[in-house]
Ligand binder design. Structure first.
Ligand code: NAG
Ligand code: NAG
Ligand code: NAG
Length: 389
């Protein structure tokens, strides 16, 4: 009996030491904060997810071209969002007009109503959403996924003019710049002492996740190909040296002279290239597609560029891949199943071209082209990475 008790005691001590050593090695810690990826809602208009602001759950647009957390106040003049509206938590703080924080972040000293003292605000035009907004800045807490009660700066809209499209809060994950505030994501990762890295993983139907503060090996297969990240103008962009395609003896190509950069925009549903390369691409697809003498197919290609086509009337597998060549020596291939997308109307499926003509000299890589990819934004090394899902 004594012998048995002795064995059990040794066993228990060993268990205890084992657990302790696991803890020292950080295995438990890793499990605790490895965090699932922030789940995306599968919207095809923009990346969308949910976070907790104060104590309420909000749908947010995850926007790589902004770096604020923007949410409507309950009493907002002209706002187009649905409830919930921003309510300060118990720990909120206003930002004083004369504080250094206000000088670096805000551009106004506002008095949104006659009862409260003036406080730091921010006024801006959100190009993408066509909305002019006036906001009050607060320090308050948010929770993203497993990361709870993180202090960030919140821009609460009290007045909106123009634009009916801003129907959700916005979580800016754009690059930081010397004159702009830390983005909410940057504050979160700084607070948690994690690297300023995130990655967007999307499947064909826009479902996926965002890894925060790390590269998640579960979200990709093979290698991650990295290229230089530009943060010019407060947006992430990449510059392929050459874009090319080859089909039925026809060649499409464009260089950096034609397309200087692709802005990576998670709030753009479609992608855009400037006028001249766009016309060239259209001509290439038309002449290569019609060369086979297939007149029926030929006429359909024409209408593809103007509108969407009944999916039963065109086979996208007959179209070529478009290859983006990068300085670092890798190629990002965009197959037709990605640059075309389908929409459903009245139980009919239509196929539409997802690369359109840009209104300016910038090309935009929207979420349609981020499908079936894991796109890594490594702000530590100023690199953007692409890998297959
Ligand atoms: C680019 O395309 C043109 C034809 O449009 C072709 O003559 C030229 O060789 C191509 N350049 C490269 C590098 O492929
Ligand atoms: C799409 O094509 C199918 C099959 O050819 C046809 O039955 C249907 O009416 C078409 N729909 C439209 C809206 O043209
Ligand atoms: C990475 O680069 C290699 C070599 O060009 C290529 O085969 C692979 O498809 C690339 N992966 C992605 C996701 O671009």
């Amino acid at each position: 009996m004594i012998y048995k008790k002795w064995i059990i005691l040794v066993f228990l001590i060993n268990c205890f030491l084992f657990v302790q050593s696991l803890d020292k090695k950080g295995i438990y810690n890793d499990n605790r904060d490895s965090g699932k990826s922030l789940v995306l809602d599968g919207k095809s208009d923009y990346l969308s997810s949910s976070i907790i602001i104060g104590f309420d759950t909000f749908k947010v647009i995850i926007d790589t071209t902004l770096n604020y957390l923007i949410v409507a106040e309950r009493k907002c003049d002209g706002c187009t969002q649905y409830p919930p509206y921003y309510r300060e938590s118990q720990v909120f703080e206003n930002i004083q007009c004369d504080s250094p924080a206000c000088h670096s972040i805000g551009n106004t000293c506002d008095k949104p109503n006659k009862y409260d003292p003036p406080t730091c605000g921010y006024e801006t035009k959100l190009q993408q959403y066509g909305a002019n907004i006036k906001t009050i800045l607060y320090r308050d807490i948010i929770s993203i996924d497993d990361f709870k009660n993180i202090p960030v700066i919140i821009s609460a809209i009290y007045e909106q003019s123009n634009g009916l499209s801003l129907n959700s809060a916005i979580l800016g994950v754009g690059p930081s710049c010397p004159t702009c505030p830390p983005s909410p994501l940057q504050s979160l990762l700084y607070t948690l002492k994690k690297p300023y890295i995130f990655g967007i993983s999307l499947d064909k139907n826009y479902f996926g996740g965002i890894s925060i503060g790390k590269i998640d090996p579960l979200l990709y297969t093979g290698v991650i190909n990295y290229t230089t990240m530009s943060k010019r103008d407060g947006v992430y962009s990449v510059s392929p040296i050459f874009i090319g395609s080859h089909w039925n003896d026809q060649i499409y190509n464009s260089t950096r002279n034609d397309i200087k950069r692709f802005i990576i925009s998670s709030s753009s549903s479609l992608s855009y290239i400037p006028t001249s390369p766009y016309k060239q691409l259209k001509q290439f697809i038309k002449s290569a597609g019609c060369k086979s003498g297939d007149l029926d197919f030929c006429s359909k290609i024409d209408s593809l560029f103007n509108s969407c086509i009944n999916s039963s009337q065109i086979s996208i597998s007959r179209f070529p891949d478009i290859d983006l060549y990068f300085e670092e020596g890798f190629i990002l291939t965009i197959p037709p199943k990605i640059y075309f997308h389908s929409i459903s109307r009245n139980n009919q499926v239509f196929i539409c071209m997802g690369i359109l003509e840009s209104t300016d000299a910038n090309a935009i890589l929207g979420i349609n082209l981020m499908r079936e990819l894991y796109t890594v934004f490594d702000n530590e090394k100023t690199l953007i990475g692409f890998s297959r899902k």
